[in-house]
Design a protein around this ligand. Structure first.
Ligand SMILES: CC(C)(COP(=O)(O)OP(=O)(O)OC[C@H]1O[C@@H](n2cnc3c(N)ncnc32)[C@H](O)[C@@H]1OP(=O)(O)O)[C@@H](O)C(=O)NCCC(=O)NCCS
Length: 167
């Protein structure tokens, strides 16, 4: 694993390219996240960054000497009936995994969501992503259901596990 000295902070406008590169790197591993390389554009990330000012959305990054090695996104429910819900996703760069960074990031994000009055955090995980399933369970997320064959990865069908945590 690389050495690191990291800071966890809300993303800034200037981080959009770095975040996009990180998402592309993880997407290229082809087994963890929804998108394929190039499917998330810098403009899409910039859009998310602008929405942060609404206080209903958050992009938290792990900054390692100016290099973004982790990101966690929260998108708050946009309608009244789901205004207590935030949907989330996160990635850590391959060389920095299993060192507790994901846990630290998730802890910060949960505190942020609690402070803003969210009551339910939800996410979807590919059923073969053992590491992510284990991390979310450790933080009290519970499995709520399965969307069969939600993903097609290299010609194989993969289920999606739906998880949620109540705050
Ligand atoms: C999931 C992810 C964000 C976790 O980040 P991380 O920095 O590695 O997380 P941590 O080091 O804090 O914790 C990882 C936990 O998974 C456990 N783990 C690692 N490999 C595992 C495996 N194959 N099976 C089960 N658990 C595993 C570790 O033991 C650790 O648990 P512990 O704290 O009880 O020891 C990171 O692995 C990642 O970015 N993966 C690729 C992208 C992804 O899957 N994102 C989630 C999409 S929903």
């Amino acid at each position: 694993m690389k050495s690191f000295e990291f800071t966890i902070r809300p993303a800034k406008g200037g981080d959009a390219d770095n975040i996009c590169d990180l998402l592309d790197e993880v997407a290229a591993e082809d087994i963890y996240i929804l998108t394929e390389p190039g499917e998330r554009t810098v403009n899409h990330i910039k859009g998310l960054l602008q929405k942060q000012f609404s206080n209903r959305n958050l992009l938290l990054v792990v900054d390692n000497y100016g290099d973004i090695v982790g990101v966690l996104g929260f998108i708050g429910g946009a309608f009244k009936k789901i205004s207590h819900v935030a949907e989330m996703g996160m990635v850590i760069e391959k060389n920095f995994r299993n060192a507790g960074l994901g846990s630290t990031l998730l802890r910060e994000a949960i505190a942020w969501a609690r402070k803003r009055g969210f009551r339910r955090l939800e996410l979807g995980v590919l059923s073969n992503n053992r590491q992510a399933l284990s991390l979310y369970k450790k933080f009290g997320f519970q499995e709520e259901g399965v969307r069969k064959n939600r993903y097609q990865v290299d010609g194989e069908w993969v289920d999606e596990i739906l998880m949620a945590k109540f705050l």
